[in-house]
Design a protein around this ligand. Structure first.
Ligand code: CTP
Ligand code: MG
Length: 230
């Protein structure tokens, strides 16, 4: 089986509120998307990487051409992004069909996680070698968690024991992932679509540096990580 990257990059970055879509915001000299792509490009085990952007995206060609990756990466841009992250991933999977077999692995990774590196990709692949289902990078939750009532009162404290925060990449075979996402409704990651089939994805320890850049203040922290200062 081969390994493929699939990077959904068709969001608008509403919470970031930047003038250009979040995935193109410059971090340590490169657009966020280029950092995510570079991790796949640096990993010899990855056969090819697919990036899903919105059909009317006016940034991707310029961002890639201006990057150090230009012409060096086995990469396809699929202009099939949808209204939700789940739609973008599913449309990407459909568009990859000709090039990928059911037993090949697909590693789905957010463009908004520029802190991924080749070592984390290799850790995920190594941990899931021979696994029947697949799995994801994740980290044990460190904060004490509160569930709110209808307002901002605390309804309960959620025991932190055994709680993990999901990251990406999330790695499943093409055939299984496609089947899971074709059937899923309202999932925010690939693993939950797999869980809905009654299967058990594995948790593989990720890294704090692989956090998702969501709010404007996240940019500075991502920059420190990428410059090796955090
Ligand atoms: N994404 C996508 N298609 C969508 C929505 C999101 O491909 N319709 C991608 C984003 O580009 C991002 C990843 O999914 O790489 C994670 O989503 P998120 O961090 O929520 O990004 P946005 O949806 O762009 O941000 P926001 O939710 O603040 O609008
Ligand atoms: Mg979003």
């Amino acid at each position: 089986a081969r390994y493929f990257g699939l990077i959904p990059a068709a969001g608008i970055g509403a919470r970031m509120g930047s003038a250009i879509p979040k995935q193109y915001v410059n971090i340590a000299g490169q657009p966020m998307l280029v950092h995510a792509l570079a991790a796949f490009a640096q990993t010899p085990m990855i056969a090819h990487t697919f990036v899903v952007v919105s059909p009317d995206d006016g940034y991707v060609d310029g961002a890639l051409a201006a990057s150090a990756l230009a012409g060096r990466v086995d990469l396809s841009v699929l202009r099939v992004g949808g209204a939700t992250r789940q739609d973008s991933v599913l449309h990407g999977l459909r568009a990859m069909r000709e090039q990928v077999g059911d037993d090949d692995w697909v590693l789905v990774h957010d463009a908004a996680r520029p802190g991924l590196d080749g070592e984390l990709i290799e850790r995920l692949i190594a941990a899931l070698k021979g696994d029947e289902v697949g799995g994801l990078l994740a980290l044990p939750v460190v904060d004490t968690l509160k569930r709110a009532d209808a307002g901002q009162g605390v309804a309960e404290t959620v025991p932190r024991e055994r709680l993990w925060a999901a990251q990406t990449p999330q790695m499943f075979s093409y055939g299984l992932l496609r089947r899971a996402l074709e059937q899923a409704t309202d999932v925010t990651d690939e693993a939950s679509a797999i869980e809905a089939l009654g299967l058990v994805p594995k948790l593989v320890e990720g890294s704090t540096r692989n956090f998702k850049v969501t709010l404007p203040q996240d940019v500075a922290l991502a920059e420190l990580h990428l410059k090796g200062q955090a």
